[in-house]
Design a protein around this ligand. Sequence first.
Ligand SMILES: [Zn+2]
Length: 429
Amino acid sequence: MALLLKGARVIDPAVGLDGIIDIKIGDGRIADVGKDLDAGDCEVRDLAGMILIPGLIDVHVHLREPGQEYKETIESGTRAAAKGGFVGVCPMPNTKPVCDSGPRLRYLVETAEKCGYARLYPVGSLSTGLAGTQLSEMGDMVAQGAIAFSDDGRGVQNDGMMRRAMDYAKMFDCVVMSHCQSEDLVGNGVVNEGVASTRLGLAGWPAEGEEIQIARDIALCRLTGCRLHIQHVTTAGGVKIIRAAKLEGLPVSCEVTPHHLFLDEDSIDTGYNTNLKMNPPLRTKDDCAALQDALLDGTIDCIASDHAPHAAHEKALEFELAPFGTIGLETTLPLVLTNMVRSGRMSYARLVDVLSHNPRRILKLEPVTIERGSSADLTVIDPEAHFVVSVDGFESKSANSAFIGETLVGMAYDTYVAGVATLCSGKVV
Ligand SMILES: [Zn+2]
């Protein structure tokens, strides 16, 4: 049945829209947009007080299936996505086995078709087994629906290998997503090198361990012409290099995570909270400020959660031994609303750009806009909903959030994928 979404404040900078407007949905698409639309025989949903925007896309998540289903599955991970207001996610290939061939990528697509609560845009690996030595079966993976390539979790250490991978990805017009980490410089580092590593007595991970590969991959982007997306940039120096590359006109984009925007190395105290152990690590307050500025001035294109589920027993280890990462799908939108939008630093229009339009542009997806004919992939926000992040509240199978205990204001209320609700009044359906 057709659906009429009534009375929300609808915001979409791509079509210059910000006002109280009704949206009619039929056959998965937006059938009409206008003031006080006639309900006819539509089901009517009253969204007064809510904010409605094009549906959110997360270009960087880990869904752990196949191989580590005790941490997350495609079903539980996409439920977490729906809860967080996301209509689509890009799972990274560092599963067990690694997603490095056509059949393995096909498995993800088919599983999501059966039990997914969001669109799945799988990312294939650049190298076989993430070993960084031999190209993966890129052509076969493209044929099965790969949207991009990445060896996320590891930097590609061999320059020639990275160049070859970018040459190939360019032939398929796929973006290469780069996790920038020089293993020679990073070694066993687990926290930012500097004050934090000294104070905590932990091995340090220098900013240069990230920046050197950002610079290399931009040089290879210039050489090959392949589109390059820098994953989870964390340092002021990295931002500077990317800004220069964009000024030069190179096809470079980048993402930042909420934890690198809103947490810094001083968050790690002698409690050694392993939920704050990240790859790359939390950096300095100055780095956070540079990342926030770059997000606002357009140098950083999008926000990605790097949703990284781990079981409680895995994180309950010494800091050096615990795995890296925090879950993020269900807190990304609330964190940005609380820390950037409510504080007045970021407009809703910019929020739509960094969580909706820019991720689609990076992946070369069909744009979603609030106008007749567009796919009805929509996110409805309750801007006044208060909640405390707690281990009990997640749709994700894991609860390793770096933000446990924080009070956040604003969260997803409804999520629609092709006009079908995956979240309704804050409940996954
Ligand atoms: Zn990564």
